[in-house]
Design a protein around this ligand. Structure first.
Ligand code: ATR
Length: 289
């Protein structure tokens, strides 16, 4: 659909945003469904954030995605923050509903949908989550609702333990935190069903590193990595080589976008179209398979 006087705008704000895959993904989806919406990227620095949100209000933007470094700070400028985003302490999606700005977090939900859509069902399973940063926190909150046991392991164990302590208040003793070391990994992975890497280990340019020794992987341990650059991380390649079911970081990216799309449009997201658009853009940007 061509741009007209009735076209509404969605955007991503952050710093940097030039390489974001969200514009191509959402514009392809808007086009597929014939929606009169367009999606652009705005570089917004920390000191410009407050004005940028005011600008979004005044200009009547339909929706925003929020990326680094604003996911926490943006909560101060919204009219409402939904309960999940509040618990996670971060907003990555904003809906403007009749002038009211409402914040959501679609990262954790996106990760859990990515697992399920790829045939990995977390209900009644033991999930080991590596990392305790922003992405891990969003995933942990959602995973804790579904799984039988959640073990959060981090290089800085205090952060994993703190996150586990908070989650235990809502989800009980099924959540625990510990150190990301080969000894602990060996113990925990022996009885685990799903492993999710939410650390930055293996991300470009550190492409030969993996957070898990390959000897600890086995065919009945499903592995998801949230890194999508490279598309196939060392961890995913190692897991594939023992025959495990694997879910790449691109899947989480697509499904967090799909959930945001549905919040803005009330239409089911055309996931396949979004995946192809993201893959094309990654190829253009020279991201390795
Ligand atoms: P994001 O928002 O993507 O989650 P982040 O909040 O900076 O990013 O978190 C990065 C995660 O990767 C953290 O869990 C970090 O561990 P620390 O809390 O100990 O810093 C983890 N990480 C980064 N580099 C790592 C490395 N070389 N080995 C192990 N974990 C690492």
């Amino acid at each position: 659909m061509g741009i007209s006087g009735k076209t509404r705008v969605c955007a991503i704000i952050g710093d940097p945003v030039e390489h974001s895959l969200s514009p191509v993904m959402h514009n392809a989806a808007f086009k597929e469904l014939g929606l009169n919406l367009v999606y652009v990227a705005f570089t917004v620095t920390t000191k410009e954030l407050k004005d940028a949100i005011l600008g979004a209000r005044r200009l009547g933007l339909r929706g925003l995605n929020v990326t680094m470094p604003h996911k926490n700070a943006v909560m101060n400028y919204l009219d409402e923050v939904d309960a999940t985003a509040k618990a996670i302490g971060a907003v990555n999606t904003i809906l403007s509903n009749q002038g009211k700005l409402i914040g959501y977090n679609t990262d954790g939900n996106g990760a859990m949908i990515a697992l399920q859509e790829n045939g990995v069902y977390p209900e009644e399973k033991k999930l080991v989550l590596l990392g305790a940063g922003g992405a891990a926190k969003a995933i942990a909150y959602h995973a804790a609702q579904d799984v039988a046991e959640l073990v959060i392991l981090n290089r800085t164990p205090e952060k994993a333990k703190k996150l586990a302590d908070v989650l235990r208040k809502s989800f009980g003793n099924k959540v625990k935190g510990g150190t990301l070391s080969s000894t602990v990994l060996k113990d925990e992975l022996e009885t685990a069903d799903i492993l999710v890497n939410a650390t930055s280990v293996g991300m470009h340019p550190d492409v030969n590193s993996s957070p898990v020794p390959s000897s600890l992987l086995r065919i009945d341990l499903c592995v998801m990595d949230i890194i999508y650059n490279p598309l196939e991380t060392r961890l995913i390649a190692d897991a594939k080589s023992v025959g495990s079911k694997v879910v790449s970081g691109l899947e989480m990216l697509i499904y967090q976008g799909a959930v945001a799309f549905e919040i803005w449009t009330n239409c089911p997201a055309p996931v396949e179209v979004m995946r192809n658009a993201a893959l094309n853009e990654l190829e253009k940007q020279g991201v390795r398979h």
